[in-house]
Design a protein around this ligand. Sequence first.
Ligand code: ATR
Length: 266
Amino acid sequence: MDVYGIIGNPVEHSLSPPMHEAAFRERGIDAKYVTFEADVDRIEEAFHGAEALGVDGLTVTLPFKHDAFEFVEPEESVRRVGAVNTIDFTESGPVGYNTDMTGTLRAFEHHDVALDGADAVVVGAGGAARALAFGFEEAGADVAIANRTESKAHDLADEVPGATGHGLDELPELMAEVDVVANATSVGLESDDSVAPADAWHSDLVAFDAVYTPLETTFLGDAKAAGAQTIDGAWMLLFQGVDAFEIWTGEEAPVDAMNEALRSHL
Ligand code: ATR
């Protein structure tokens, strides 16, 4: 039997186990997907332990995505992001991927939203924003980054080719001009706050929210009310898992079964 899992702290409420178990079941793969709540002071030992035990693959979540980057041989596009959320234990060693980034791009594709040549604003400058900003840039979008602490937006923009940094006060002006607005802050997580003023939305925008609890945040609700297309955060969660499954198994992921399992637990 193959063993996969999610490593993080905390991990008990993770939706990855039901999603991956559904995928293995659907494909008839004899595998288990378990949760590992690692000691934050012993994460390096935990990674080496997993490797020594013959774990086949890991999803890495907060706060260990940078530690994972240090542990693995990062795949090319991951070098710039500096964060790893998927480890594949191969015969030649652990290889690291960032499927938060590639999965988000797949979520956009799934919704027929073209990023190549689009203007996109990423709101936020933390880990989630990094994955989105580098992902959008790689997909051919022109990226603007808006953050409450403006200096952090500039710091991230300096790393992403062609990107510009802004304060949050400039968000309404940016929204008037761009095609895509992505929330990569924690605003809206179990609250009805939004980083974007309701009156800044219009029907030519596509709204994406990395927050998925609740599934329809105020950010997405306001966007929808203005006639904008919306993509909720569960799509990012789904496709990061889809990409991980395909990396680990080399098989096409059963997207519908994974989506169903995920949404039934939300
Ligand atoms: P993650 O790694 O999940 O992205 P993070 O690194 O803590 O989390 O980043 C959180 C992001 O949410 C930051 O961009 C933060 O803005 P600051 O850099 O100014 O702290 C943003 N954020 C959190 N609370 C916010 C709020 N109430 N209003 C606006 N932005 C907020």
